[in-house]
Design a protein around this ligand. Structure first.
Ligand code: NDP
Ligand code: 2IT
Length: 446
């Protein structure tokens, strides 16, 4: 296999899918040597079967808004690979959603889920529906119309969706409710459910907490204490807020948060009171970060700007969306003394930024390793649902810590270079790939 030839072929066959090409290229570059050491892989054309999704569902979702107007959006589910377990991955509702983005996310999910050691294949779905500004009833009608199309393709042992951008507990509740009505079964077909109907404690917190646990493991390899370290975070959604919450409890200083409107900066770190307000504003009040200085005039808001060039930090945890940190942002972070980047979002750093971090030999964890705590805890929710049991928060949190430590160990095992530097990108890609490849080889040409 020659990475450049495979990429050229995929670009020719699937044009206009830049995010998909980007994600595939990153993984293939990491695994090229390992792949070429196993001639059997080539005989079975494993690479093509691993890069192209098993199947894709695309459908129109029509719904009626509060004014009585009939609206239509596109809906999708990309079932990428189920070699090691049922398809598993979130649903994204955002105006930017298209097939390229969902194909990149489903591809990444396959390796991420493999890293967790749990039995989960890779999938992703979503819609270009934007929940922003929609009423609760509009959200419900949309979720029902979406699941009316999707429900036949999913199931507790087939394909288990969850949340992602624009999809949290409320949307999962509406989707699960409608699924239950159509399928006439009460099973764990969605994760991220409410606690009263099969949800798991710690699932809402899991991606952010898991990223902090991964970061602690990375820092430990260099004997660095998190206390008083300045951490720049982007985003102010599920992942970003629980990352910030855990960091504050660990004694770190959170110096930024952002939303799609701009960034709020606190050069010496948000106080608990300031953070609690931001959490309430973004999680429950549907607010925007530009409102923060009205309540705390000492905090500065920068419209239209991402945090990376606005404030000095020791650590960066991008937690909003893909390609939100580019080469010049990476330069600025490195110039400011940043020595660790741990990704909460999926593929937030552009390839140029990733190269700069690795060339500078800083601790750099790609999303598929660092943010795997969310889907891992979804896997724990599936396990609880199968057993018809619920575990305590302590038990789930302990398992999450263990899983993140295990992912870190595998990244070190597969990613350590001759000079001792741990290349977490190679480590995560190779470790994730080997398990899926082994299962695919054993199961024949499918
Ligand atoms: P949320 O919808 O809860 O929050 C997303 C945050 O990012 C919001 O603050 C949003 O701003 C901002 N944002 C979204 N899109 C853009 C954009 N195009 N430009 C600028 N800002 C943007 O999503 P999550 O926190 O769940 O997801 C964040 C990231 O983490 C995504 O990459 C997701 O794939 C990844 N992830 C999520 C997991 C989960 O369990 N939820 C698990 C693993 C990864 P605004 O408020 O203005 O919309
Ligand atoms: O990107 C991700 O890992 C998620 N959005 C979580 C998926 C899940 O199934 O919990």
């Amino acid at each position: 296999m020659k990475t450049s030839e495979v990429i050229a072929d995929l670009k020719r066959r699937f044009p206009n899918e830049p995010e998909y090409h980007q994600a595939v290229e990153e993984v293939l570059t990491s695994i090229e040597d390992v792949y070429n050491k196993h001639p059997r892989f080539e005989r079975y054309n494993l690479i093509e079967r691993l890069c192209i999704p098993d199947r894709i569902f695309a459908f129109r979702v029509s719904w009626v808004d509060d004014s009585g107007k009939v609206r239509s959006n596109m809906g999708y589910r990309v079932q990428h690979n189920n070699a090691i377990g049922p398809y598993k991955g979130g649903i994204r509702f955002h105006s930017s959603v298209n097939l390229s983005i969902l194909k990149f996310l489903a591809f990444e999910q396959t390796f991420k889920n493999s890293l967790t050691t749990l039995a989960m294949g890779g999938a992703k779905g979503g819609s270009d529906f934007s929940p922003r500004g929609k009423s609760d009833m509009e959200i419900m009608r949309f979720c029902q119309a979406f699941v009316a199309e999707l429900w036949r393709q999913i199931g507790a042992d087939t394909d288990v969706p969850a949340g992602d951008i624009g999809v949290g507990a409320r949307e999962v509740g509406y989707m699960y409710g409608f699924y239950k009505k159509m399928a006439r079964e009460f099973t764990g077909t969605f994760t991220g459910k409410g606690l009263s109907f099969g949800g798991s404690l710690i699932r809402p917190e899991a991606t952010g907490y898991g990223n902090c646990y991964f970061l602690l493991n990375m820092l430990a390899t260099r004997g660095i204490d998190i206390k008083d370290k300045k951490v720049a975070i982007s985003g102010a959604g599920n992942v970003a807020t629980y990352t910030a919450q855990k960091l504050l409890s660990l004694g770190a200083k959170v110096v930024s948060m952002s939303d799609s409107g701009g960034s709020v900066i606190a050069p010496d770190g948000f106080t608990r009171e300031q953070f609690d307000y931001i959490f309430e504003l973004k999680t429950y009040m549907g607010g925007r970060l530009h409102e923060v200085p009205e309540r705390f005039p000492e905090l500065k808001y920068y419209p239209g700007e991402r945090p990376w060039k606005l404030v000095k930090c020791d650590i960066a945890m991008p937690s909003a969306t893909q390609n939100e940190l580019d080469g010049s942002d990476a330069e600025a972070l490195l110039a400011g003394g940043c020595f660790a980047v741990s990704e909460g979002a999926n593929m937030p750093s552009t390839p140029e930024a990733v190269h700069r971090f690795i060339d500078a030999r800083i601790l750099y964890a790609p999303g598929k390793a660092a943010n795997a705590g969310g889907v891992a805890t979804s896997g724990l929710e599936m396990a609880q649902n199968s057993q018809k049991l619920s575990w305590s928060a302590q038990e789930v949190d302990n398992r999450l810590r263990e899983i993140m430590a295990g992912i870190h160990d595998r990244c070190v095992e597969f990613g350590r270079e001759d000079d001792g530097y741990v290349n977490y990108v190679n480590g995560a890609n190779i470790a994730g790939f080997m398990k899926v490849a082994d299962a695919m080889m054993a199961q024949g040409i499918l």
